[in-house]
Design a protein around this ligand. Structure first.
Ligand SMILES: C[S@@+](CC[C@H](N)C(=O)[O-])C[C@H]1O[C@@H](n2cnc3c(N)ncnc32)[C@H](O)[C@@H]1O
Length: 363
């Protein structure tokens, strides 16, 4: 895999985390390089970076005051790994998108796949903007839609699109609009679920509804009385744990998700649980759980990748008690059974329909 980047006569070694066997993938895209090229004409010293997935901006702009708005635990690891492999200080400022990010003079965004997350970034930038705030957004043209423009125009008077370079383009946003405070602070979706209302931050999986695969899993979920330690892997807004607690209120539930806004959303919906933002199910012990549940991820931004899912299955097996069970729902076309039978001694299909399969696995 190509991992050497020459920038301003300096060579940087940039690797992806998690690692991948796909040699066509790099730790940066032409969109990020186009943004760097645009910066040559700017003198700003303070830069806020959003969605710097593997740390290309953190490394190449290390001589500036960079503040990183992080969204994924795996992103934090990637950025720190790449800083240390280039002998750069790892003593950098990470803020979640929900924190005070300080005055924004120049912000860089690698446009995320989620329109909602893009909007949340712009709301946050607007909140901390000054008159001459400038936002430089990089994207690959094949992933762009007009909706991104519409969102940008909601928050900035002046929105310019650059010419394409190697299939990448920029959106440069200037003159923040005077948007109502209530609009900027509106970053939560509400989902009607049975007699209750669940909440989640913009950008969290499945937006303003409960995913139909998850609904299928929940319609077959019957928590047993002795299943008191429960792990919800890739927990999103916490809907699965929420249902577990409806059935067994004294269960000790742990939720893990790579996305910090997912974990923060689940805190809005569930009390008395353990919440861990991690991509590798860290912070729990082996053989801890009676029941593990998941609607696991299989795409990451624009990439489909089941390597991460298969890694999570191996971790799940370790975390399960010997007599415990792992219940998960997956799209029928993914054919996880071939992988699960290599790990678990029993793999049963307990329900299926045209789109989804529910597997129950035992050690
Ligand atoms: C299909 S969604 C399921 C969300 C939720 N359980 C539901 O049913 O609505 C998958 C979730 O996996 C999370 N995710 C992606 N990679 C992960 C990883 N390595 N470890 C934990 N969670 C991950 C995503 O952030 C997303 O919230």
């Amino acid at each position: 895999m190509e991992n050497k980047l020459l920038h301003n006569s300096n060579e940087f070694i940039l690797n992806r985390y998690p690692e991948t066997n796909d040699n066509t993938l790099r730790a940066w895209s032409n969109a990020e390089l186009l943004v760097l090229n645009y910066l040559k004409n700017l003198e700003h010293q303070n830069v806020h970076v959003f969605n710097d997935r593997f740390g290309v901006w953190n490394c190449t702009l290390h001589h500036k005051n960079v503040r990183t708005i992080w969204t994924y635990a795996s992103q934090k690891k990637a950025v720190l790994n790449n800083l240390s492999s280039n002998n750069l200080s790892t003593n950098i400022i990470f803020n979640s998108p929900l924190e005070d990010i300080g005055e924004v003079q120049l912000a860089l965004i690698k446009i995320p796949k989620s329109l909602e997350l893009f909007e949340l970034f712009l709301k946050q930038i607007s909140k901390y903007s000054v008159e001459n705030t400038q936002v430089v957004c990089g994207f690959m043209t094949k992933y762009f839609s007009k909706s991104y423009l519409t969102i940008a125009e909601k928050y900035f008077e002046n929105v310019e699109q650059s010419k394409a370079w190697k299939k990448a383009r920029l959106l440069v946003l200037r003159s923040p609009k005077k948007v109502l405070k209530i609009e900027i602070e509106n970053i939560i979706n509400t989902i009607n679920w049975k007699e209750n209302r669940l909440k989640q931050y913009l950008g969290v999986f499945s937006s303003d509804k409960i995913d139909i695969g998850t609904q299928f899993l929940l319609s077959h979920l019957k928590v047993k009385k002795h299943e008191l330690t429960v792990l919800d892997v890739a927990s999103g807004n916490g809907i699965i744990s929420y249902e577990v607690l409806q059935q067994l209120s004294n269960a000790k539930v742990t939720l893990v998700d790579d996305f910090n806004l997912a974990i923060e959303s689940s805190k809005l919906n569930i009390e008395n649980a353990r919440f861990i933002c991690t991509d590798t199910i860290e912070g729990v012990t082996e053989n801890e759980f009676d029941l593990i549940l998941s609607n696991p991820p299989f795409h990451f931004e624009h990439e489909n990748n089941i390597d991460i899912t298969l890694y999570l299955f191996r971790r799940i097996k370790k975390c399960l008690k010997v007599e415990g069970r792992f219940l998960m729902v997956a799209n029928a076309h993914l054919n996880y059974k071939t992988h699960l039978v290599k790990l678990f001694s029993s793999v049963q299909i307990i329900a299926k329909n045209t789109k989804f399969i529910i597997y129950e696995c035992k050690c």
